[in-house]
Design a binder for this molecule. Structure first.
Ligand SMILES: Nc1nc2c(ncn2[C@@H]2O[C@H](COP(=O)(O)OP(=O)(O)O)[C@@H](O)[C@H]2O)c(=O)[nH]1
Ligand SMILES: [Mg+2]
Length: 262
């Protein structure tokens, strides 16, 4: 899958936040490279600290996969800041977030990009539709995620069925239009989806199966992050502090964007 990243404008940036994923990263990247036909693309591996075990493994893979770029997250530790850093440096008009632990199926990416090119500003990898699914993971997390996704779809008029999966493609247009207010972990996907919907942008989905990791440990903090998810859940229903207020004051200093996140 050798390609010259300088040869043509990038079609897609893939942001992969990593935390000590030495055991997982090589098969995940090889699987990705084998699956994605949409070229050219870049893969941004975003790590928090130099001693992260993922880094040397990725360095060894670069000759084989020139589209890999190691990116140090200098916005503060944690997966949210790593993804924000990826958004800052991503160069393509479509930006996909994908995990490094094998949970996401790269076979869906080409179809996600087709939907993005057809005008969708958010394309979710969706577990709660025909052809999608979820394998493994804590029962409570799975149940809450499914309940949130399906209730937002059937009661909250969100056009997609999975509101919280972070395997999601965003348009640069959306990333430039919103001010990210998330402050915890993976609530970001819900925030961006709700804001895209409120901006009148198109939100679409592609079925995918999510697989729990087989190596390493999850750093998902269900109880700690739950209130953050709930905030965006209520905003989606039109309750709570509205995302329509000018958000410039909530803008982290490092984040680019305007206050157009109505
Ligand atoms: N940069 C960075 N990445 C992280 C951090 N925590 C988790 N990740 C990455 O985020 C992805 C999903 O994390 P994981 O803990 O498996 O969450 P889960 O899949 O929801 O259980 C993986 O690619 C992790 O390596 C962190 O603190 N910093
Ligand atoms: Mg995981």
């Amino acid at each position: 899958m050798a390609q010259d990243p300088a040869a043509a404008p990038l079609a897609l940036s893939i942001v992969v936040p990593v935390y000590n994923e030495a055991e997982n990263i090589a098969p995940v990247l090889r699987n990705l490279a084998g699956a994605v036909k949409a070229t050219p693309y870049e893969v941004l591996i975003v790590y928090d600290f130099d001693a992260d075990t993922t880094v040397p493994v990725v360095q060894r893979l670069v000759p084989e996969m020139p589209q890999l770029r190691l990116q140090r997250n200098d916005l503060g530790r944690g997966v949210l800041n790593a993804i924000r850093k990826g958004f800052q440096v991503a160069k393509a008009p479509s930006v996909l977030v994908m995990m490094a632990d094998g949970s996401d199926e790269p076979q869906a990416i080409d179809e996600m990009l087709r939907r993005a090119r057809a005008g969708a500003d958010v394309v979710a990898g969706s577990r709660y539709v025909r052809g999608g699914g979820q394998e493994g993971g804590p029962l409570l997390k799975r149940t809450l995620s499914r309940t949130a996704g399906l209730s937002l779809h059937w009661l909250g008029r969100l056009p997609i069925h999975d509101a919280t999966s972070n395997f999601r493609m965003y348009s640069r247009r959306l990333l430039d239009a919103v001010t990210i207010e998330s402050s915890a972990g993976f609530e970001l996907a819900l925030e961006l989806t709700v804001k895209a919907q409120r901006l009148g942008m198109k939100v679409d989905e592609v079925p995918t199966v999510w697989h729990d990791r087989t190596a390493g440990t999850s750093r998902f903090r269900l109880w700690q992050w739950m209130p953050h998810y709930l905030r965006w859940y209520w905003v989606a229903f039109g309750f709570g502090r509205s995302a329509a207020r000018p958000a410039a004051s909530a803008q982290p200093p490092t984040q680019s964007g305007s206050s157009a996140d109505k």
